[in-house]
Design a protein around this ligand. Structure first.
Ligand SMILES: C[S@@+](CC[C@H](N)C(=O)[O-])C[C@H]1O[C@@H](n2cnc3c(N)ncnc32)[C@H](O)[C@@H]1O
Length: 277
């Protein structure tokens, strides 16, 4: 089996795979050098692409994309989020995926990082990455976002990147509130309303309409029967967090290239728990 962690620490192959991922997913906001014959041969020999350069292992390829965009090509949003987290803190990366955020957070000299995700491949990958990088303050574990294996008020910062829009938002925010200590920081990166436009242009119209309807319903009623892909507005997220005692909100938008006019593809929200008490 391919050692995905080792591959992700190879910036050349990670970039080549991310480029192929962007091609298949119609993501055009990165500029890449042409992939070399040697890189193609290596990716074919690792069974990551076929002879027609079609991706054959989507989990590894998605991992390469996240590591490319967060580690090798971080945007302004990525830089700003890292600035929020001070050194020597206990950080929880909620829905940590393939570990790109964990890798970025290691630059902040954390005391400890919990990386929780319900996907086994992702969790194993994060533990393998930590081992290869020689760090012993990362603890990745399979866990459900609504029931995290940590004590109440035991973490200094929660990071939840591009996952909240797939989850039960209220249940997730309750859990973030439970595990975060008073004055702790919560950082969310979510799909904004521009995601509907992105879906119409790059996915298909039916999906875009479904996300639009579900998103509208959620942003109006603030409740959902079942967690399914939606978009969120800053106003809704701030309302739901205020209800739980969060304050000091800052909204950050991504690079202009990722917005559709006034409709952001992503936005980040930074806030603090019970800061005023
Ligand atoms: C789009 S990925 C984002 C990964 C990572 N945060 C990043 O930015 O690189 C969403 C992640 O949420 C995880 N996830 C979705 N529902 C979850 C749940 N109920 N509990 C834990 N993890 C969940 C998925 O397995 C996936 O890894």
């Amino acid at each position: 089996m391919i050692n995905a962690a080792k591959l992700l620490l190879n910036s050349e192959l990670t970039t080549a795979l991310a480029q192929l991922y962007c091609g298949e997913k119609h993501i055009y906001n990165y500029t890449f050098e042409p992939i070399t014959k040697k890189q193609i041969d290596q990716l074919i020999s690792l069974n990551l692409i076929d002879d027609h350069l079609k991706i054959t292992n989507y989990k590894v390829d998605y991992a390469a994309f996240e590591h490319y965009r967060q580690i090798l090509h971080p945007g302004t949003l990525d830089h700003m989020l890292l600035q929020e987290i001070e050194e020597n803190k206990v950080i929880l990366d909620l829905c940590s995926g393939p570990g790109a955020t964990v890798r970025a957070l290691l630059g902040n000299q954390p005391k400890y990082i919990y990386a929780f995700d319900h996907d086994q491949f992702s969790v194993e990958l994060v533990n393998q990455l930590a081992a290869l990088m020689g760090v012993n303050n990362v603890h990745a574990k399979i866990a459900d976002a609504y029931s995290l294996p940590v004590e109440d008020q035991s973490v200094d910062a929660v990071v939840n990147r591009v996952s909240l829009q797939y989850l039960d938002v209220n249940k997730t925010l309750d859990e973030v509130n439970r595990v975060l200590r008073n004055k702790g920081c919560a950082i969310f990166v979510v799909h904004g309303s521009g995601y509907v436009i992105y879906s119409a242009l790059k996915r298909d119209l039916r999906t875009a309409i479904i996300i639009l309807i579900r998103g509208l319903l959620f942003n109006i009623t603030k409740s959902q029967a079942h967690p399914k892909e939606i978009y969120l507005t800053p106003k809704t997220l701030i309302y739901l967090l205020k209800k739980r005692g969060f304050s000091d909100f800052s909204i950050l938008h991504t690079e202009k290239t990722l917005n559709y006019g006034p409709f952001p593809l992503y936005f980040a929200l930074i806030c603090y728990k019970n800061k005023k008490e």
